[in-house]
Design a protein around this ligand. Structure first.
Ligand code: XMP
Ligand code: MG
Length: 193
């Protein structure tokens, strides 16, 4: 796939690279203030959070540790069900530590709600959530997100870590996929880590 194919597969840009970068810097400033003098562990959820983790970590001015989890959200078909399988657990013991879970997207909220609950069962000092984007119209479980980049419409999105069948994660912006790519259906990559 070359750049021209990528361009054709894209329907429209929802959030530009500049908008994303500015927002991540703004969020990093809030995290710097909120966690000043505290021992913070940021936990990225693979694979989607790779881009926001890399940008956020470099924009932070406070020292942090980074760790990763990989989970798979089982859906009955294409939708996230909230039944989560851990593919890679933390390397770190988080007891007594401040944890910030970092995700690409909150769609139904089921995955992050499960993850936050799982983290809290390990007796950390605190657990908060940061996500690049959220779909307010898709949320099925109330979820307390401390830092969110953008609220977006309830459409399947790609780029900035978000994939369709593992492609498009490397786009530096967030966009919607042209219907010809997915055959006009509503297939989702929700079960992908
Ligand atoms: P929820 O919040 O529904 O999200 O548990 C579970 C996981 O599904 C993926 N997801 C998406 N991936 N475009 C994507 O590329 C989307 O629009 C989208 N919605 C959900 C994502 O990995 C999330 O962590
Ligand atoms: Mg994800």
């Amino acid at each position: 796939m070359d750049a021209a194919d990528m361009g054709r597969d894209l329907e429209r840009v929802l959030i530009s690279e500049d908008e994303l970068q500015a927002k991540i810097k703004e969020i990093a400033g809030k995290i710097d203030a909120d966690y000043a003098g505290k021992d913070l562990l940021i936990v990225g959820v693979l694979k989607g959070a790779v881009m926001i983790m890399a940008d956020l970590a470099r924009a932070l001015r406070i020292p942090v540790e980074m760790d990763w989890m990989a989970v798979s959200s089982y859906g009955a078909g294409t939708r996230s069900s909230g039944v989560v399988r851990v593919l890679k657990d933390l390397d770190t013991d988080i007891a007594g530590r401040h944890v910030l879970l970092v995700e690409d997207i909150i769609d139904s909220g089921l995955t992050l709600s499960w993850l936050a609950h799982n983290m809290r069962s390990r007796n950390p000092a605190s657990v908060e959530i940061c996500a690049a984007v959220r779909k307010p119209d898709a949320v099925k479980v109330p979820i307390d997100v401390k830092y969110v980049g953008f609220d977006i419409p309830n459409e399947f999105v790609i780029g900035y870590g978000l994939d369709y069948a593992e492609r498009y994660r490397n786009l530096p912006f967030i966009g919607t996929l042209a219907p010809h790519v997915y055959g006009g259906g509503t297939e989702s990559a929700a079960e992908k880590p």
